[in-house]
Design a protein around this ligand. Structure first.
Ligand code: FES
Ligand code: FES
Length: 157
C-alpha cells in the first residue's frame, strides 16, 4: 500500500503515493523523470546521487522518499537559471574540464555548491577533504578541484 508524499522538487510541488520502501533517488528518477541524478552504488558510497534537501547536500540513495515528505529538493536539473544560463559551478566544471564521462558530475556539482558559504578561499586539500564522499572513476580529481575552486570563487563574487 502506498503512502502519500508531497515534495517540492526544483520549485514544483510533486504529490504522489509511494511504496514506503521507495528511495528518494528512485522517486526523483522514476516518478519525477529527472535522470540527471545518478545511481552509482546504491549504498551511500559514491555520491553520484547527491541532491540538496532543504539546502543540504544529501545522498538520495540513503534517504526514503517518505523521509523527504514536506521537504524542498534541488536536483542538478534545477540548478541553472530560468533563462538556461549555467550555474557558476556548472560553468566552472565546463571551463576547467572537471569531467570526463560525466557520470559523477551531477553529484560532484551538487556537493560542491553546498561548500559555498562554508569554505572561503579553500586550499586544494580542503576541497579534496570536503568532496571525499564523491567518487570519480575517470579524472584523477585534479581538474575537479580546480573547477570547484573556480566555481566557489565565482559564487562568492
Ligand atoms: S548511488 Fe548514492 S552514494 Fe552511490
Ligand atoms: S567523470 Fe567519469 S566518473 Fe567522474
Amino acid at each position: 500500500m502506498g503512502i502519500p508524499v508531497s515534495i517540492n522538487v526544483n520549485g514544483r510541488a510533486v504529490d504522489a503515493d509511494v511504496d514506503p520502501r521507495t528511495l528518494l533517488v528512485d522517486f526523483i528518477r522514476t516518478h519525477c523523470r529527472l535522470t540527471g541524478t545518478h545511481v552509482g552504488c546504491d549504498t551511500a558510497q559514491c555520491g553520484a546521487c547527491t541532491v540538496h534537501v532543504d539546502g543540504r547536500a544529501v545522498k538520495s540513495c540513503n534517504l526514503l522518499a517518505a523521509q523527504a515528505n514536506g521537504a524542498t529538493v534541488l536536483t542538478i536539473e534545477g540548478l541553472a537559471a530560468a533563462n538556461g544560463d549555467m550555474h557558476p559551478m556548472q560553468a566552472a566544471f565546463k571551463e576547467c574540464h572537471g569531467l570526463q564521462c560525466g557520470f559523477c558530475t551531477p553529484g560532484m556539482v551538487m556537493s560542491a555548491c553546498e561548500l559555498s558559504g562554508k569554505l572561503t578561499n579553500p586550499t586544494d586539500e580542503q576541497i579534496r577533504d570536503a568532496l571525499d564522499g564523491n567518487i570519480c572513476r575517470c579524472t584523477g580529481y585534479h581538474n575537479i578541484v580546480k573547477a570547484v575552486k573556480s566555481g566557489l570563487s565565482n559564487m562568492q563574487k
